[in-house]
Design a protein around this ligand. Structure first.
Ligand code: HEC
Ligand code: HEC
Length: 394
């Protein structure tokens, strides 16, 4: 059934104010808008990644809800009431440009197609984000399912689809403004109140039982969110761990567990943080260990067998293993003919810390660039997760 089209351009005495956008549709609409805007604003900085991801899951949940609501919602929320295709959209657009477009109480054909595209892109952005998180950050339910390089492919797709979605949002806004002017009504306000003027006899969105269903749906959405976000651990763990082991308690944003070694912690962790081997490439560790008698001004005085054992641990777990995002990116950033002795001289490290001021570095809480633990809670573990960054009050 198509939305009732009013042939009147002028408002008539016969028109009445009716409920068009039911409560769930309005909540959905603004929640989606806020999630997208928030995710956009938090997309650049690593420190906001947890918020960004939360908003992404929220968006996915909302889209799922909207699809269900499009099937069982009230009249104007149902897809059947605005089942228009690209041809209808273009035809309507032409009518709008000629200023002859009839007013639709529900979604007009162009707006309808914009809505389908927005839903599709919200889904794409959400799914590619989910894969990016699993691949590039090795976090979330898909952690460990693919490499960081594949994750980066998803990241490009994620950014690409998000940019297209932003364009669609602008198109949608232009449409809302144009349509509001054309038919002299405030469409944005009706998305708050739900009320619009319609001819007598036009279908009314009657909630009742459906509101109860809506609440159930909301719970389901949050169930999905809870499953993937609050229980932010790989799927195997969420589904009961391996071989009868008890379920691992899942904590948000814990990176992969990296190789550890007691001897290394003891010998290389006495003067400074034991810098995890994944933070430098193999050749750097070879050089550091071969020059251990002049280690940044001190002689480490290590005996040959210990040096050999340390070197094995360091080179076996070097950046080339690409177990974490920092390892991968540090490794890719170093020129092939360079053998840095410092993590703090690698191009990736320099780039990530370029916004930190000289005064911050000299603060008594930091003192040295190599004092990673001053700002990274997980420095000991070597994972350097985005969510584990804590800038001390400088
Ligand atoms: C006797 C003290 C001492 C011990 C033991 C020591 N280091 Fe160091 N290390 C230093 C000093 C001093 C620096 C320079 C720190 C600075 O500039 O802030 C340094 C810096 C480094 C850096 C560069 C950090 C950066 O700026 O990116 C690496 C890598 C490093 N050490 C690795 C090791 C390894 C591997 C071991 C164990 C084999 C080790 N260190 C043991 C004193 C030590
Ligand atoms: C003064 C505080 C401070 C110190 C000390 C510091 N960092 Fe950072 N680091 C930061 C901040 C802030 C960021 C985030 C920059 C941003 O938002 O993109 C960051 C980002 C990073 C990242 C990127 C994380 C990611 O996933 O994008 C890595 C890796 C990293 N630091 C490693 C180190 C290592 C290794 C050391 C020690 C050698 C260190 N940092 C010392 C503050 C610090």
């Amino acid at each position: 059934m198509l939305a009732r089209v009013s042939i009147f351009h002028q408002r008539t005495e016969l028109m009445q104010r009716i409920l068009v956008w039911d409560f769930p549709t309005r909540v959905f609409h603004w929640a989606l808008a806020l999630s997208f805007a928030g995710a956009w604003l938090t997309s650049e900085s690593d420190r906001w990644l947890s918020v960004h991801v939360f908003l992404g899951y929220q968006m996915l949940g909302l889209v799922i809800f909207r699809v269900i609501w499009g099937l069982i919602g009230t009249h104007y929320a149902r897809f059947s009431s605005f089942w228009f295709g690209p041809k209808d959209a273009l035809a309507y657009l032409r009518q709008v440009l000629a200023r002859q477009a009839p007013r639709h109480v529900g979604h007009n054909p162009t707006g309808s197609v914009a809505i389908y595209l927005l839903l599709l892109f919200a889904l794409l952005v959400g799914i590619t984000g989910f894969f990016t998180l699993g691949g590039e950050e090795q976090q979330g339910a898909l952690a460990g399912w693919m490499g960081i390089t594949q994750g980066r492919i998803f990241k490009s797709l994620h950014e690409f689809s998000a940019n297209l979605m932003l364009l669609l949002v602008f198109g949608h806004l232009a449409g809302v403004i144009g349509e509001s002017l054309l038919h002299k009504e405030n469409l944005a306000r009706s998305m708050f109140t739900g009320i619009k003027l319609a001819d007598a006899g036009a279908p009314v969105a009657r909630p009742r039982l459906l509101v109860a269903l809506f609440m159930a749906m909301l719970m389901a959405t949050y169930g999905i969110w809870w499953f993937f976000y609050a229980l932010h651990a790989p799927l195997e763990q969420q589904l009961g761990g391996t071989a009868g082991k008890p379920k691992t308690p899942a904590v948000a944003f814990v990176g992969p567990k990296l190789a550890d070694n007691a001897q290394w912690r003891e010998e290389c962790g006495s003067c400074h943080l034991a810098f995890h081997p994944s933070l430098l490439p193999r050749r750097s560790w070879v050089r550091i260990m071969s020059e251990q008698k002049q280690h940044f001004g001190s002689d480490l005085g290590l005996e040959a067998p210990i040096t050999a054992a340390l070197l094995t641990f360091l080179t076996d777990n070097s950046a080339e293993q690409r177990k974490t995002e920092p390892a991968t990116k540090i490794e890719l950033s170093i020129k092939v003919d360079a053998t840095p002795l410092r993590i703090t001289e690698t191009p990736y490290w320099v780039k990530k810390h370029r916004d930190i001021t000289v005064a911050d570095w000299q603060s008594p809480k930091v003192k040295s660039r190599s004092n990673c633990a001053a700002c990274h809670v997980d420095a000991e573990a070597g994972t350097f997760e985005d969510a584990a960054m804590r800038l001390p009050v400088l």
